[in-house]
Ligand binder design. Structure first.
Ligand SMILES: [Zn+2]
Ligand SMILES: [Zn+2]
Length: 257
């Protein structure tokens, strides 16, 4: 090939690589083994089979409200131990955790939160939505709207992405439901006043930490998606804001909790 034609060919390949770069990266990540986000061994699709087998749902019977393991000994009038500790009814109808937050599940969450493993999020959203465990919250009528719990601005900026948005994108693609990533906003954090204790401050902080846009959620049944649920206070605050903005009902699906 004459040298000028060779140079043109190189330029053409170069520009098509730029154009197709995103698509190729996605395809290659599916086909070529990368590193497992849970144990660093070679894995196709971001998580190896052994880690996936280790990620299990909360053991035993689940609380019908918050999805936590429900030990008969922890039974209280408000439900399971987590519901009892929360002290008042949650603002959502029901929550489901796909995995228990421990072992490999904890390492995978750590990997996408602190080690830039964004690649695992969308496939995990797909897995969550397809699981039998999620059936009770994903089959909530035709007007289901998928809404991610937005991360704090500071963490989003540091990470360069919002993990709940990526998980929710995977969930919405399985359900063929609309994804509404602008429905919820984080509010600016209030300052600690001298008169209140740390505990009071934390509760006040969470209660008013979200605002929802009525135009986006009015009359809709919302499936709220987040990565981790611990006390339930964050998803409760998000569900409360959605309810105030006119959402008909809020169900919750989290990756681990
Ligand atoms: Zn692994
Ligand atoms: Zn509960």
């Amino acid at each position: 090939m004459p040298s000028h034609r060779f140079a043109n060919w190189v330029r053409a390949v170069g520009s098509s690589e730029v154009l197709l770069g995103g698509v190729c990266t996605d395809l290659f990540s599916l086909l070529l083994p990368g590193e497992c986000a849970g144990c660093s061994s070679p894995a196709v699709g971001g998580v190896c089979d052994q880690c996936l087998a280790e990620c299990v749902p909360p053991r035993g019977p689940s609380c019908p409200t918050c999805g936590a393991s429900w030990q008969p000994t922890s039974h209280r009038t408000l439900g399971c131990g987590r519901c009892a500790r929360f002290g008042r009814p949650f603002a959502f109808e029901a929550a489901v955790s796909f995995w228990e937050y421990q072992g490999a599940a904890r390492r995978i969450v750590h990997a996408f939160k602190y080690h830039a493993r964004r690649d695992v999020l969308r496939p995990l959203g797909v897995r969550m939505a397809r699981s039998a465990r999620a059936a009770s919250v994903v089959a909530q009528g035709q007007r289901l709207l998928v809404v991610p719990v937005p991360a704090r601005r500071k963490s989003r900026r540091r990470r360069g992405y919002d993990q709940a948005v990526d998980l929710a994108t995977g969930v919405a693609s399985v359900l063929r439901a609309p994804l509404e990533r602008e429905a919820l906003r984080r509010r600016r954090q209030p300052a600690l006043s001298q008169a209140e204790t740390r505990g009071d401050f934390r509760r006040r902080q969470l209660r008013g930490s979200f605002s929802a846009r009525p135009g986006r959620v009015l009359g809709r049944t919302v499936l709220l998606v987040d990565d981790v649920m611990s006390t339930g206070a964050t998803v409760d605050a998000a569900a409360r804001a959605l309810g105030l903005a006119g959402a008909q009902a809020v169900f919750v699906l989290v990756l681990a909790g």
